[in-house]
Structure formats: structure tokens, C-alpha cells
Design a protein around this ligand. Structure first.
Ligand code: OOG
Ligand code: MG
Length: 263
């Protein structure tokens, strides 16, 4: 069900995307449109994606969010959501996250999948995902809600592309066949101190379930994951606020580590 007119939807996409581009926090969109639905919010998100493509940006991948208890508890919401990753969100391993380009960045440890066959919902399940997976690779997401003080509800965060802003992949990619992704441990260190620990099962019981859920959610809009898709499955741990000068190091059991400097 939709409640926004086309004009309202287009205006909201411009407002939310401008908040990202100008690094200026805004009030949540449901303040003005309390009856907005998920369908309205995903319309806004897809319009933001369209605007970026029109400016010449490419789609680097997709992400799931709020797939772990830690994240759901931290944000006070209960339903997984998805967002998209634009090419300029990608930061090289060992690189710099520039706070002057962002509002109030936080980092979270994730596992990413790269597919070698298309995945289509409805009815997509873990088995389909594992069979279609080329490799998995460690990823760290930098989220940056465009809403003041991360004060949002689910509909607002969907319209804001699930707070997507930057991501770093690194470590070692691996075949899923030799891995137990549920017990794969992750250690998040900030300035040499362990600040979060977790394991893959935090993500919907198995990170591949998150990719399956994405394919099923995309099917609601007649979309699918083509072969070669890069998908981040959602924070395993709670997100950690970062400041200029911080050094982040995330270690993944058997898959190496990802480092970045916060500038
Ligand atoms: C929403 C995005 C959540 C994740 O991995 O759970 C997310 C937010 O927390 O701002 O990316
Ligand atoms: Mg995330």
C-alpha cells in the first residue's frame, strides 16, 4: 500500500539524498508523513538509487540491515531491511574513512557474499544461496544515518537507504564449502582494544539466510540478484561510533582482517 503521491515521493528522495550529499542531518521523514508505508519508503530508496545512476554512479552491491539481535536491540527495531551500495561507497582495505564527508559514522563487522548464479525469490532459501555463492569475503560497513541522533523508525531508515555510506572489504575470500559460517568468529578492535565480538550465526542464524531474505524482498518489486552480485549480510555486532584519529581493526576467524583509519 502506498500513501505518498509521486511528487511527494520524488521530493523526499531529493531531501534525503541531499542530506547525504551535504552531510546535514535531517528530521526523520515520518515526522512529515506519519502514514508512510514500507512500499513508500522503498520507492524513495529506489528513486535515490536512480538519481545516483543518472549522475553516472554504478551499483556496487546490495546490503541487508538489522539482521542481528545486536543491531535490532541497538536500534530498537525488529525487521530486517535492505539498501544499495553505490560505487563511491567503497573504500580500499587499509584506507581512510573521512569524517568530513560524513555526519556521525559508525562501523560494524559483516560477512559479504559474491554470487555466481542469479538468485530470485520468492521462496529463495539458504540452499539456493550456498549453491549460487562464488565466495564469501569479510566486510566492514560504515553506516551514517542522515537522521539527527540516529533517531529513526524503520520506514524512515528504509527511505534513507538503510544508513548506507561506506564499506571496506578485505582479508581473504573463501569458498563456502570449507567454512562453517555460523561459528565463524569476529573480533572488532578500536585503537587496539577489543570492543565487540561475535559469530556468523548472529545474522539470522546463518549469514546465507540474509542473502535469501534479500532475494525474497527484491522479488516483491520484481527485482532479483544477478550473477556477480556483492551482498553484505548485516552487522554481526552492534555498531561502534568512531571519531577522527581512531584506528579500526576487525579480525575474522580464518579469513584475515580489515583495517582502516578514521580521518
Ligand atoms: C540501519 C542499518 C543497519 C546493519 O548491518 O544492521 C545495518 C542503522 O543501524 O542505521 O546496516
Ligand atoms: Mg550494516
Amino acid at each position: 500500500m502506498r500513501t505518498l503521491t509521486e511528487e511527494q515521493m520524488l521530493a523526499l528522495a531529493e531531501r534525503v539524498e541531499n542530506a547525504e550529499l551535504n552531510r546535514t542531518a535531517i528530521a526523520k521523514v515520518t515526522g512529515d508523513y506519519p502514514d508512510m508505508t514500507f512500499a513508500d519508503a522503498y520507492d524513495v530508496q529506489w528513486e535515490i538509487q536512480r538519481r545516483k545512476r543518472e549522475r553516472g554512479h554504478r551499483l556496487a552491491g546490495m546490503k541487508m540491515g538489522l539482521t542481528s539481535r545486536a543491531k535490532m536491540a541497538q536500534m530498537g527495531v525488529e525487521t530486517p531491511i535492505y539498501g544499495f551500495l553505490a560505487d563511491y561507497f567503497a573504500i580500499p582495505e587499509g584506507g581512510e574513512i573521512r569524517c568530513d564527508e560524513l555526519i556521525h559514522p559508525k562501523i560494524e563487522a559483516e560477512l559479504a557474499f559474491v554470487t555466481k548464479a542469479p538468485l530470485r525469490g520468492p521462496g529463495c532459501h539458504i540452499g539456493d544461496v550456498l549453491a549460487a555463492t562464488d565466495f564469501v569475503i569479510p566486510a566492514v560497513e560504515v553506516i551514517d544515518s542522515r537522521y539527527q541522533n540516529f533517531d529513526f523508525d524503520l520506514v524512515s531508515v528504509v527511505a534513507d537507504n538503510a544508513s548506507s555510506s561506506r564499506f571496506v572489504t578485505g582479508g581473504r575470500s573463501a569458498d563456502v564449502a570449507g567454512l562453517d559460517l555460523t561459528t565463524l568468529g569476529v573480533v572488532v578492535e578500536k585503537n587496539g582494544e577489543v570492543v565487540e565480538v561475535g559469530a556468523g550465526a548472529a545474522v539470522l542464524g546463518h549469514p546465507a539466510a540474509s542473502v535469501a531474505m534479500l532475494a525474497n524482498l527484491l522479488a516483491e518489486r520484481d527485482q532479483y540478484l544477478p550473477a556477480g552480485s556483492f551482498v553484505m549480510t548485516g552487522g554481526i555486532t552492534a555498531a561502534i561510533a568512531v571519531q577522527p584519529g581512531d584506528a579500526i581493526h576487525v579480525r575474522y576467524q580464518g579469513l584475515g582482517s580489515i583495517s582502516m583509519r578514521i580521518a
